[in-house]
Design a binder for this molecule. Sequence first.
Ligand SMILES: [Mn+2]
Length: 348
Amino acid sequence: MKMTFRWYGEDDPVTLSKIRQIPCMTGVVTAVYSVPAGEVWPMDDILKLKNTVNGSGLEMEVIESVPVHEDIKLKKGNYKKYIDNYKENIRRLAKAGVKCICYNFMPVFDWTRSRLDYVLPDGSNALVYYKEDVSKMDPTKMTLPGWDASYSPDEIKGLIDEYKELGEEGLWSNLEYFIKEIIPVAAECGVNMAIHPDDPPWSIFGIPRIITDEKNIDRFLSLYDDKHHGLTMCSGSLGCAKFNDYTAMVRKYSAMGRVHFAHVRNIKILDDGSFEESGHMSKCGSLDIVEILKAYYDTGFEGYLRPDHGRMIWGEKGKPGYGLYDRALGAMYMAGIWETLEKTGGKI
Ligand SMILES: [Mn+2]
């Protein structure tokens, strides 16, 4: 296991030098953020990023994310050009020493929450998803940090209608086409492709979401029989649905050698299926973080792991979910569990 930390580039208030001081860190997970979705990343930009990261004593072996253009997900318009661009990005990143690329196939919207600054009982701020509030949200009149803000309200509405028309099976078919195009390139370059599950793992705003549960992940993996075709397992995404036995899923897919990247954070699931992002420690939420890490350890996990979203604590201001302090606490908590697993041969 290699512990990593997400870094949003030179504009990120959490600097590389701060990340370097977290004792367990081997590298950062980052991306070229200046290029619109679908376009080829200039090699100079990739190498500049790599040199900056390496210059601070950290590795850049994981990219999160190379975004998938909506035309590819809808298999319309310029999808062929965008798939060619995607393949070129895989080749270029491989040349720069990247070993793993995280991506997702969520239509239009990335992770969705109803509030980004909910105050937990201990006074920290966290992201929450309250079902009732989400049901009243109008996605054409708002945006969230992970969403592509380049669309106008009319364009968003048009996209939502197109995805409703496409439906789940249509989305599966477009995903299959994309996978069969890109995985041979990734395999040739020695890059592991790691799809991020949908967050949350159910349909929102009436549009389909398909990377949601064990049955669908089995179906996803069966699209291409090659270890380069794999997963980012995210406890905060799959684990926020009561219908997922998250630890069992980690055990299964990690044993198959298909988990290349692990996102670990805790979630407190509420009675109506809403959830709050909590501190990483097992007692803070509904997931048993020790059991999750033990599942990785027992199955010989050799991929990358990062703390996922953190709360905002100690008065820190910054990108929701991506402050320094709580993620650093989470990383050290998990590094401590991992060291104990190693020293006891997993007998904890
Ligand atoms: Mn995640």
